[in-house]
Design a protein around this ligand. Structure first.
Ligand code: NAD
Length: 298
């Protein structure tokens, strides 16, 4: 954990203009957060309707702040204008840092990163918001891997304070410094971690999900487990959290972790394993995204 004023920040090149690729759940959230804290950001997607949705979400979040009296309507308009939606790389020549937040598919990410690297300046930092793909793998095809790192936000971006800054084998100190400083400018708490399956947070979270799954296999009542964890002081229990994360995402991440650490996390999704989470997934109970998970949603 790097405290404020660490060597990372002292060496930081400020991010005056940012960009995000993808205007989905995460990209839209990242654009909102950057704009809200005063760093202008280009928000690029390949679909018009995705951009519309991203902007709509941002408007909604700003409007909530106005409603609560935390922001004037003039300030809201000004902050909203920090987000510049686009379908092209036209203005990417002047961007200091690009966060890549397109779909979690290594081939798509590799193609998008190669594409954007050709459009930006030599000093521009590229940072991927991937949850499960190795940063070194994504760096492999880049011409300037030293300018590349991970910048892993959590959902919902505007509420979750932590950002993992992932240092790949070839990532330079300057790239880490700029990314840490940008995360801080966004009002977040960055931690610098090495590249490994699950980075830091998911390496802690998935054994917890694994333990929960084992309890389910032994006949425990998920709603009771949730209540106990809430009484313990956590904002939500594991069943509800899995509904938020989505069973498909959890199964996929579990598989990545099981492959990365078979001796410790094999039971999270190794072949032939049938966990409660997997059973939910196989029965199309994906969580909030399709309104049925451990709980039912309207
Ligand atoms: P999403 O499906 O909501 O959004 C992805 C967006 O990328 C879509 O709008 C799509 O049109 C766009 N896109 C696809 N190809 C593109 C391209 N070539 N150029 C520009 N845009 C393109 O996905 P999401 O949930 O926002 O996830 C995005 C990334 O963030 C993934 O890598 C995911 O693993 C990671 N992540 C997700 C969460 C989460 O809880 N959803 C949390 C942390 C990290």
């Amino acid at each position: 954990v790097k405290k404020k004023g660490s060597r990372y920040e002292k060496a930081a090149r400020p991010v005056k203009q940012a960009a995000v690729l993808g205007a989905g759940i995460m990209g839209g959230g990242i654009a909102y957060q950057s704009a809200s804290k005063g760093t202008p950001i280009l928000m690029k997607d390949i679909k018009d309707d995705a951009i519309e949705l991203g902007l709509k979400e941002a408007r909604k979040l700003f409007a909530k702040q106005v409603e609560r009296g935390k922001l004037s309507t003039e300030k809201m308009a000004q902050r909203l204008s920090n987000i510049r939606p686009t379908l092209s790389y036209g203005d990417f020549g002047h961007v200091d840092l690009v966060v890549e937040a397109v779909v979690e598919n290594p081939k798509v990410k590799e193609a998008v990163l190669t594409e954007v690297e050709a459009e930006v300046g030599e000093q521009t930092i590229l940072a991927s918001n991937t949850s499960t793909i190795s940063i070194d793998r994504l760096a492999a095809n880049l011409k300037r891997p030293e300018n590349f790192c991970g910048m892993h936000f959590f959902n919902p971006v505007h509420r979750m304070p932590l950002v993992e800054v992932i240092r790949g084998e070839k990532t330079s100190d300057a790239a880490v410094a700029a990314t840490v400083a940008y995360a801080r400018a966004m009002g977040k708490t960055p931690i610098v971690v090495n590249d490994c399956p699950g980075f830091l947070v998911n390496r802690v979270l998935f054994p917890y999900f694994g333990g929960f799954s084992l309890l389910m296999g032994q006949g425990a009542d998920f709603a009771r487990v949730d209540k106990v964890m809430e009484k313990f002081g956590w904002p939500m229990g594991p069943a509800y959290l899995l509904d938020v994360v989505g069973m498909d995402t959890a199964v996929h991440a579990g598989e990545v972790m099981a492959k990365g650490f078979p001796e410790r996390m094999g039971s999270l999704g190794g072949e032939g394993q049938s966990s409660a989470i997997q059973l939910m997934y196989e029965n199309d109970r994906l969580g909030q995204k399709n309104a049925k998970g451990f709980y039912a949603y309207e």
